[in-house]
Design a protein around this ligand. Structure first.
Ligand SMILES: *Cc1c(COP(=O)(O)O)cnc(C)c1O
Length: 243
């Protein structure tokens, strides 16, 4: 019998948890995309997951996304999930299948310019600081609908939904209220029927709380530690983009 790697085993466990959370919530597992968050992890670990049929990977640093994109098969889908500075947009547009972290009109404008230059459409999500944490990037829930409306005028951007990073909590149940609030905001904006905006993706839930996020309507969950193990933060400077 072939020996399975830990990464493969972890991935299968998470997949099974996703399936069960969907079952509890009466949802079709096909509605939920599991993004394997590979930030700080080597390409060799990502390759271990390819036989499992994994195609969605999450990265939070533009240069790292670019480097891995160049090294791996072109049919993979790289999700840009980290804070993005305007001068780094050029590394991401044309490589990321989606940018989850749009939190200002100026950033949207920079993505529009790069996308126009390349003649492509860029799917984006608006990042919402749903719990109002001071330390976090993201829009307040109050300003989100107007920003989505403004971004909808950029011809090379497609707003497809919302993303949030929930607070770090001991008990993931504490985040249920935040996921529920983001879902409500998602429905509110969807009901506005803004031209050029599709509102079909809700990116929420990480290793600690993805099952609860699925119960509350997530269509994309972003799992790093649960698949690849703990990250070595001595090897990088911080969770933010400082490369
Ligand atoms: C790192 C990261 C994740 C994954 O976090 P884990 O707790 O390791 O699952 C998800 N989303 C974003 C935006 C991240 O930066």
């Amino acid at each position: 019998m072939p020996l399975e790697s830990t990464v493969t085993e972890n991935y299968r466990k998470v997949r099974e948890n996703v399936r069960r959370a969907c079952e509890r919530a009466g949802r079709d597992p096909a509605e939920v995309t599991l993004i394997a968050v590979s930030k700080t992890k080597p390409v060799s670990m990502m390759e271990e997951l390819l036989p499992e049929g994994v195609v969605d990977f999450g990265e939070n640093k533009p240069q790292e996304l670019k480097e891995k994109y160049e090294l791996l098969p072109k049919d993979l889908r790289f999700h840009m999930i980290g804070h993005l500075q305007r001068n780094k947009v050029k590394y991401v547009v044309g490589r990321a299948c989606m940018i989850h972290s749009v939190d200002s009109l100026r950033l949207a404008q920079a993505i529009q310019e790069e996308a126009q230059k390349r003649g492509i459409l860029v799917p984006v999500l608006a990042e919402v600081n749903i719990a109002g944490e001071e330390s976090k990037f993201g829009l307040s829930p109050e300003e989100t609908p107007d920003l989505v409306q403004e971004i909808s005028r950029f011809p090379n951007l497609r707003v497809q939904g919302l993303m949030t990073i929930a607070p770090f909590v001991e008990n993931p149940e504490e985040n249920r209220v935040h996921f529920r609030n983001l879902y409500k905001l998602f429905i509110d904006i969807k009901e506005r029927n803004i031209d050029n905006v599709s509102m079909c993706i809700l990116s929420m839930g990480m290793t600690n709380d993805y099952e609860i996020a699925i119960e509350e309507g997530a269509t994309m969950v972003r799992v790093g530690t649960g698949i690849f193990g703990e990250r070595d933060y001595n090897k990088e400077t911080s969770g933010e983009d400082v490369l």
